[in-house]
Write a protein that binds this ligand. Structure first.
Ligand SMILES: Cc1cc2nc3c(=O)[nH]c(=O)nc-3n(C[C@H](O)[C@H](O)[C@H](O)COP(=O)(O)OP(=O)(O)OC[C@H]3O[C@@H](n4cnc5c(N)ncnc54)[C@H](O)[C@@H]3O)c2cc1C
Length: 394
């Protein structure tokens, strides 16, 4: 990531970022740092209208790396993003003048049933094969690290490079950093239509050289040419994946690290312990279902018995922006000058600084790195075309 925001320059490339979630804000910061004149259009009246506000804030680079071992590009993106986060968090904290609860403690993965030891071993082997730090903990070491954890644990693994932040606070800090860097926010502007051509004209009449779509699970704007003919961006529709989450009040003997079990995770912050999350593919409603929340609480209390008595602070549901192959869409769409930063599914907080780099490489320098190429937003169309031409030949 570029370190310094550029000074305002009237000759700069003008970029509109549509969507003020963590992906849009990190991308805006990176673009600004590389000298672009950036505005963020956000349909909400303030930051936090999207799913970022509902995230657990885990930066699970190693955990994701291991379980996604068959998806090499996704694993590489996770690893790269994980390495960017410490400096990135420090920079945003400096620029905004406030912390985002970046915690370098690492995450612990536990096996509670005999059959899950094999799962732990698979995670260790996948991490070791790729040089990602991962260490089996003895039960004694585990009890030292997490004294509130149930005694019914069969095995544990420490992933020292899996950090976390408070995603809600991070969003606010990013907003402050951007304002200080001279990025304009346009709240309460749901962008439904953009007129394209040599430049792009927004509904408020503002003109931009480039557009970045970072609308999460929201509807994409339509594009039309100067005479009103539709322009096709070629992007597939997002796959909504609902997640319900519970926030419990912190307790004595509560968790210190992020803890993953096969069923749930616990992500302790200073103000609460997040317990998550359901994964409900195809659901786009944000109803919170008491039975699901009760199940999360029961599972949390099985892991850390003191949580059985922890008051419930709140619960919520958010819609993860999924894609047909669960990987993000990063890069130029079928409309030259319009870029996607979409589909970050369950790892958008982790991926955000890396996505920002890849998008800025393309928007500013026209450079598509091999890593970015794996997330070509038009890959689904190309796969369809390849399948069609194969079936025509056979
Ligand atoms: C329960 C749960 C837990 C999660 N935990 C984690 C985690 O621990 N770690 C992790 O990395 N990820 C996690 N995620 C996933 C993460 O939240 C997402 O991947 C990430 O927040 C996506 O960010 P985004 O900026 O793309 O979307 P959003 O945060 O949804 O931002 C999109 C923004 O665009 C705006 N918008 C939409 N359409 C328009 C329009 N037409 N015009 C103007 N504005 C528009 C929206 O109002 C919104 O503010 C979790 C998700 C859930 C549901």
């Amino acid at each position: 990531m570029s370190a310094q925001p550029a000074t305002r320059n009237t000759g700069s490339l003008r970029v509109a970022v549509i969507g003020g979630g963590i992906i849009g804000l990190c991308t805006a910061l990176e673009l600004r740092g590389r000298g672009a004149d950036v505005a963020v259009y956000e349909s909400g009246m303030e930051l936090g209208a999207g799913v970022t506000m509902r995230a657990a804030g885990m930066l699970g680079a190693a955990f994701e790396w291991a379980i996604e071992a068959e998806q090499r590009s996704l694993a590489a993106l996770a690893r790269h993003a994980g390495m960017l986060w410490p400096d990135f968090a420090a920079r945003v904290e400096r620029m905004s003048g406030g912390g985002m609860e970046f915690s370098p403690e690492g995450a612990i993965v536990i096996a509670r049933r005999d059959g899950e030891i094999e799962w732990l071993e698979t995670l260790v082997a996948a991490c070791q094969a790729r040089g990602v730090p991962a260490r089996r903990l003895s039960l004694k070491e585990l009890a030292h690290e997490e004294r509130g954890l149930t005694g019914k644990v069969k095995g544990a693994l420490l992933l020292p490079e899996d950090r976390q932040i408070d995603a809600q606070i991070a969003l606010q800090r990013l907003g402050a950093a951007l304002s200080r860097a001279g990025v304009g926010f346009k709240f309460g502007r749901k962008i439904e239509r953009i007129i394209g051509g040599q430049v792009f004209q927004m509904p408020d009449g503002e003109r931009f050289d480039r557009i970045v779509l970072a609308t999460g699970a929201g509807a994409l704007p339509a594009f039309a040419g100067p005479r009103g003919a539709p322009l096709e961006h070629g992007l597939v529709a997002m796959v909504p994946v609902k997640g319900q989450m519970l926030a419990l009040a912190p307790v004595d003997c509560g968790p210190r690290h992020v803890i993953h079990s096969r069923d749930i995770y616990l992500a302790p912050k200073s103000r609460w312990v997040l317990v998550g999350a359901t994964i409900e593919r195809g659901r786009a409603d944000t109803a919170v279902e008491p039975a699901r929340i009760a199940a999360l609480k029961a599972q949390a209390a099985e892991l850390v018995p003191a949580l059985a008595n922890a008051p419930e602070v709140t619960s919520w549901a958010g819609i993860r922006p999924g894609t047909p192959d669960d990987a993000p869409m990063i890069g130029q769409t079928a409309i030259p000058g319009v870029f996607a930063a979409l589909g970050h599914y369950r790892n958008g907080v982790l991926f955000a600084p890396a996505t920002a780099e890849l998008v800025a490489d393309q928007v500013i320098d026209g450079k598509v790195s091999p890593l970015a190429a794996a997330f070509d937003p038009l890959r689904f169309d190309k796969q369809d075309e390849a399948a069609r031409s194969l079936s025509e030949r056979t």
